[in-house]
Design a protein around this ligand. Structure first.
Ligand SMILES: *Cc1c(COP(=O)(O)O)cnc(C)c1O
Length: 462
């Protein structure tokens, strides 16, 4: 994603209230759904020197900020001199818990450490195995390794990009303690099936909802369904604070333990020892600050409307591109009642584009003015695993056999994920905050590339 943030910043920010400029651009083309796309398809692709599909589109900048509505509480915090954790953090936690319909929320420094803390306070550590999909951000897996536990990869469902429930049970062993259900791209995991398997095998469920703010499965917000849910408020995320994270749960004692752990092990709530003073556990310090909370409260106010817009635009864009040969958009599970759409994913199958490579397709799409990326590379084969297995700590905790990287790679193969990683195309969430016409522009750019694929191939790109 960082790859195109620089590209985005070069574009002028389209303010939601300055759509008039777009209207002018639109007037020159007919604005009815697919016929317009057909018209564009006949044009010379931008990658060959033609006009880009939507030169006028200036994708909404990220993050959004409105001085009038957003700065009052932040300035109060700054001027109060109370910057370390106090009332505003508590207010943020209460509001985020309420937004999710969950009993408790603890804000921490970032999503990575929310995961590290949740895994630790659920009692998962050396010798334990945690099931995790390979199609995720590195922090999902590193948070398992940080606790001395062993990630075991479960292949994904190509249609939804999520952990495939049908493949979970085959990877359960006597060491398995938990399933890390990652709602990757902001699309919900099939939680009924995951919770069913967890119950049957007495496993814990930690939801990595770092990309899935306000997404819902069966009317329940993701993050509130398992034993613990973790969120990130990093700048690119749908609720951006720069840095930040949260652990949510309906289990009071668990959140009290997390609070204590992230505050030097000092007693908190039910996390008290037999003595009333002094640290009750070996802790660390991961506290959220007051100005972060003030920014978060301001961002939370626009998150609801933004989430609705992303859902509407994602469904609309999907409807526009789903019949283009070689384009296979995401699918949501039947019980998903709302996505977060941190990313809009589709699979690009080059057979539908006369063999044009994904890289050449991405270049052509970028030339049309549509920022896009190829997304994740498989996490189950990267060098960090061998590095961890070679460490003295891991050698003390696991048998030689368990740390044999060749054996591990063999046991952790995920062929569906390998294929998905070679086909995926992502558009970022801020693009879904544009207009219906912006969605048509994206579809029109793809149509144009499809229509002119022979000419694009003459560029020498394979
Ligand atoms: C962003 C992210 C994290 C980590 O969150 P940070 O706040 O960046 O530490 C973890 N998991 C997933 C799936 C993420 O996208």
């Amino acid at each position: 994603m960082n790859a195109f943030s620089s590209k985005l910043s070069r574009r002028t920010f389209l303010k939601q209230n300055s759509l008039a400029g777009l209207g002018v651009a639109l007037a020159s083309t007919s604005v009815t759904a697919l016929p317009m796309i057909g018209t564009k398809a006949a044009q010379v692709p931008a990658v060959l020197g033609g006009p880009s599909a939507w030169a006028e589109v200036k994708w909404p900048v990220w993050p959004q900020w409105n001085p009038e509505t957003d700065e009052k509480q932040l300035l109060e915090v700054v001027r109060s001199g109370i910057w370390s954790r106090a009332d505003v953090v508590t207010q943020f936690e209460k509001e985020w818990a309420a937004a999710l319909g969950v009993k408790r929320c603890l804000a921490v420094v970032n999503g990575t450490n929310a995961l590290v803390t949740a895994i630790h306070q659920l009692g998962i550590g050396a010798g334990d195995e945690v099931l995790v999909p390979p199609y995720t951000f590195i922090a999902s897996v590193s948070s398992i390794l940080s606790n001395g536990a062993m990630p075991v990869f479960v292949d994904i469902d190509a249609e939804t990009f999520q952990i495939d429930p049908a493949k979970i049970e085959a990877r359960i062993t006597p060491r398995t303690k938990a399933i890390l259900a990652v709602h990757i791209l902001g699309l919900p995991v099939d939680m009924d099936r995951v919770m069913g398997i967890a119950k049957k095998h007495k496993l814990l469920v930690i939801e990595d909802a770092c990309q899935a703010h306000l997404a819902e499965y069966d009317q329940k917000k993701v993050g509130s369904i398992g034993d613990a849910g973790c969120f990130s408020f990093q700048n690119s995320k749908n609720l951006p604070i720069g840095e930040g994270g949260a652990i949510v749960s309906n289990n009071d004692h668990f959140i009290d333990l997390c609070f204590s752990y992230t505050n030097f092990g000092n007693p908190y709530g039910s996390a008290v020892g037999t003595v009333s003073t002094g640290a009750v556990m070996q802790g660390t310090k991961l506290r959220f600050s007051e100005y972060q909370a003030a920014i978060g409260l301001a961002q939370m106010k626009r998150l609801y409307a933004q989430t609705t817009t992303r859902n509407e635009n994602a469904e609309y864009l999907k409807s526009l591109i789903k019949d283009i040969p070689g384009i296979v958009p995401y699918k949501l599970y039947d019980k998903v009642t709302r996505g977060a759409f941190h990313l809009f994913p589709f699979r690009y199958q080059k057979e539908g584009f006369k063999g044009l490579s994904r890289e050449a397709f991405l270049n052509a799409l970028r030339a049309e003015g549509v920022p896009c990326s190829s997304g994740y590379t498989p996490l189950n084969t990267q060098p960090y695993l061998k590095d961890t297995f070679d460490s003295e700590n891991y050698k003390r905790m696991y048998s030689k056999e368990m740390l044999d990287i060749n054996r591990y790679n063999e046991q952790n193969k995920c062929p569906v994920n390998d294929k998905v990683c070679s086909e995926a195309v992502w558009l970022t969430q801020n693009m879904l905050l544009g207009t219906k016409d912006d969605m048509k522009a994206i579809a029109s750019a793809i149509e144009k590339i499809h229509h002119n694929v022979d000419k694009i191939k003459t560029l020498g790109q394979k």
